[in-house]
Design a protein around this ligand. Structure first.
Ligand SMILES: [Zn+2]
Length: 374
């Protein structure tokens, strides 16, 4: 069985469908929790599945350095190593090498860098990134690309985009013939429509199983991001999944889906869960706040997650303030559950042709704010 995308319904620019893979189906629009180093922090894999996630993201940069891709391959691949049998998407390592690694040097060949863990020297290139992602056993492999931090002048963005397009061809060549796996190209071009168009044309000419919109959510702000999303998804093939990398907050996600994005990932729900922050239908709630100390009510009475079904705000406040591990576990679970409910709600609304009404209700709930204090 091979990798296939079926578009089932559209409503305006918003789309719903499913991606078939040998490891199971991915319902779109899909949110991918981030399992950086072979774990979604504070969650058992079966709990991640229980939130409704069809697919996880793993980070090539982290896994190649520790425990090492060859070791993961010897141990049977990332799925069995981390006990997650559903699909996994891995990034190329390119973005994190630029943000995390020590001394690094960018050439036409690739990026040489020093590990942030032990200072050891490594090369990431289109060819080594494809090999590492193959060793990990990733179902959806990302092209190795380069992304300049914004703001950058147009000449820099253009040079970088053109390098990424040459690397996209090298990634395609190195990926080889693996029909049960997918390789996604990554559109670059910053916030310049013409460059985004050139990038989309170059990628489409090479041909990929899916297309990502890269180089956003790097500090340009929501307005500029939506500005790009007003045209960028439409430049990519209609019949292939479109993935917006590293996004985002709930309202970013809703705005991206509205503009034709099918897949997203972000550390936000898991990371903020570990700092006492919850995302709910009524906006963001800080469980550290003293107003919750005597509150016997659930975080969200309509939420079906364990944190909301079995615990009070007072308990969540207590464990978060006391630094107990269960605080991060419960809030991560709640946040991932909330994100998956958000995606499920959008999938239903798009299928029924009622996305606009759904979106209005989403914004109305957030405008209401958290429940009145006791
Ligand atoms: Zn909940």
């Amino acid at each position: 069985m091979s990798f296939r995308f079926h578009l089932q319904a559209t409503d305006g620019a918003a789309r719903t469908g499913r991606i078939e893979t040998p490891r199971g189906e991915i319902r779109t629009p899909a949110f991918m929790p981030v399992g950086t180093a072979g774990t979604v922090k504070a969650m058992m894999p079966e709990s991640v599945a229980a939130t409704g996630a069809d697919i996880l993201l793993g980070n090539t940069y982290h896994l190649m350095l520790r425990p090492g891709a060859e070791r993961v391959a010897r141990l049977g691949g990332l799925h069995s190593f981390m006990n997650w049998e559903r699909p996994i998407l891995t990034d190329s390592g390119g973005f994190q090498v630029m943000s995390l690694a020590g001394l690094r040097k960018l050439t036409e060949e690739g990026v040489t860098f020093q590990s942030h863990i032990d200072g050891s020297k490594h090369l990431l290139s289109p060819e080594t990134s494809m090999e590492i992602q193959r060793q990990l056993g990733s179902d959806i492999v990302m092209c190795f690309d380069e992304c300049p931090a914004l703001p950058a002048d147009e000449a820099t963005v253009k040079r970088s985009m053109e390098l990424s397009m040459r690397w996209a061809q090298r990634s395609r060549d190195a990926f080889g013939d693996r029909p049960a796996h997918a390789l996604f190209g990554i559109q670059q071009g910053g916030v310049t429509e013409e460059l985004r168009g050139e990038s989309a044309e170059a990628l489409t000419a090479i041909g990929f199983e899916g297309y990502a919109i890269g180089g956003l959510a790097v500090g340009e702000g929501q307005e500029a991001m939506f500005g790009v999303l007003d045209y960028a998804p439409g430049m990519l093939p209609q019949d292939k999944p479109r993935y917006l990398m590293g996004v985002g907050k709930p309202d970013d996600i809703v705005g991206a889906v509205k503009r034709g994005v099918d897949m997203m990932d972000c550390v936000l729900p898991s990371r903020s869960g570990r700092t006492g922050q919850a995302w709910t239908r009524r906006g963001q709630v800080n469980l550290r706040n003293a107003r919750h100390a005597d509150d016997p009510r659930p975080l969200d009475e309509a939420c079906g997650c364990p944190a909301c079904r079995n615990y009070s705000r007072a308990y969540l406040h207590h464990v978060v303030r006391a630094g107990e591990m269960i605080g991060g576990m419960l809030l991560t679970w709640h946040n991932l559950h909330y994100y998956q409910e958000l995606m499920a709600g959008m999938r239903r609304a798009i299928a029924e042709g009622s996305f606009e009404a759904w979106e209005a209700a989403f914004h109305a709930g957030r405008a209401e704010g958290d429940i009145e204090r006791l």
